[in-house]
Design a binder for this molecule. Structure first.
Ligand SMILES: Cc1cc2nc3c(=O)[nH]c(=O)nc-3n(C[C@H](O)[C@H](O)[C@H](O)COP(=O)(O)O)c2cc1C
Length: 361
């Protein structure tokens, strides 16, 4: 049953635009190209024995990767959620649904998010925007997670996108109070995530003092949500063009937060296994990908997505071995030398780096 509302139409148009249009950053990159992994020619492992598994929120993943939240709320995208979640379960990686906002108004749309029946062991993440979370009781947020059997809830921050969106939310007061309340009262894991603009140290510190332990940096260099809204919006087009490339590159965002005892998910522009290992060596615990999964699915179906992940994981395994490690958990900032714009950023921002810095994980 399709319910044609503004929210549903928006989600469908997001999916379609992301599948077929130029929605990525134009000039800005992730800056992961400024991270050089240190080659170790002497290694004592077999490629097949490299251990990429990690434990996350009580579940073991075969690979340190999450498909970050994209969609739900219409039958067309419900099929995508089920197909991708079932593959993620089989591969042993995590999966997030898109914003569950539509379920608040149309609970009957639950089935488009409810992937549990096809993915019983999956690490599954729910999703809601901070502006909606603020208006909900803690119980209502927990209900959203429980209604789809999610293991944790992502609360997304998307200020830049909302400013460019016609009739978007402009009021983000009490965001930190809301996060603090959810962390202390909900009893479920709360992951605070950006949507392509990244986090700075100052925001990271506020999250850490609010009790947050998981942050998905979703930095600049991949999908630009300002771009997506700019393509949809005739009224604020000029504003959108000006801010198309706004945000902190993913590599810089990891450096901003990496000594804070936060579990970091590095996402935003991660497209290859090699980039993923660079982000993990910088200090992330997991990496996240969104757009490449959607595109592989649209062009090659579920087999296309599996092919994408197979080469992604092969690259990860090779890079970890060539760094002289036998487990992904052995990677730390000593395996990564940073240069160029990333090094300038780290200097100017007074962030820790260098041979003595092992990271906080
Ligand atoms: C089609 C699409 C829809 C998305 N919808 C959501 C959403 O509902 N909630 C959310 O937190 N992030 C959403 N995102 C953002 C992604 O989770 C991710 O943070 C961002 O796209 C950066 O990763 P990427 O460069 O790999 O795409 C969406 C991304 C895409 C491509």
């Amino acid at each position: 049953m399709a319910i044609p509302t503004e929210i549903v139409n928006r989600k469908l148009s997001h999916f379609d635009l992301c599948a077929h249009q130029e929605v990525e950053f134009r000039e800005k990159t992730t800056w992961l190209e400024h991270v050089e992994l240190v080659h170790q020619p002497l290694t004592e492992t077999r490629l097949e024995d490299i251990d990429l598994s990690v434990e996350v929120m009580g579940k073991r993943l075969n690979f340190p990767l999450i498909i970050t939240g994209m969609t739900g709320g219409a039958d067309e995208v419900g099929i995508f959620n089920r197909d991708i979640a079932s593959l993620a379960d089989r591969l042993g990686i995590g999966f997030g649904v898109g914003s569950q906002r539509v379920m608040l108004r149309y609970p009957e749309m639950r089935h488009t998010f409810n992937v549990r029946p096809v993915a019983p062991n999956l690490l599954l993440l729910g999703n809601i925007g901070i502006a909606q979370a603020r208006e909900l009781t803690t119980r209502q947020v927990v209900d959203l997670a429980e209604s789809i059997g999610a293991d944790a809830m992502c609360v997304h921050l998307n200020t830049a996108m909302e400013i460019i969106q016609e009739h978007g939310d402009h009021d983000f007061r009490h965001s930190i109070d809301t996060i603090e309340r959810l962390v202390s009262e909900s009893g479920i894991g709360i992951i605070v995530k950006e949507t392509g603009c990244g986090f700075a140290r100052e925001s990271g510190k506020r999250l850490a003092s609010a009790g947050v332990t998981w942050v998905d940096v979703s930095g600049a260099g991949g999908t630009s949500w300002v771009a997506v809204e700019t393509l949809r919006n005739r009224v604020l087009r000029q504003l959108g063009e000006a801010f198309w490339d706004w945000g902190i590159p993913t590599a810089a965002s990891v450096c901003e937060l990496r000594d804070m005892n936060l579990n970091l998910i590095a996402s935003g522009g991660i497209r290859t296994g090699l980039q993923a290992v660079r982000a993990l060596a910088l200090g992330a615990r997991l990496v996240g990908v969104a757009l490449p999964v959607l595109r592989a699915y649209v062009s090659g179906g579920i087999d296309g997505v599996e092919t994408f992940f197979n080469s992604f994981f092969a690259e990860m395994r090779a890079a970890i071995m060539l760094c002289g490690c036998s487990r992904v958990a052995d990677l730390d900032p000593r395996h990564a030398v940073i240069s160029g714009a990333l090094l300038d950023w780290v200097h100017q921002r007074g962030l820790p780096y260098g041979s003595g810095f092992k990271g906080a994980r």
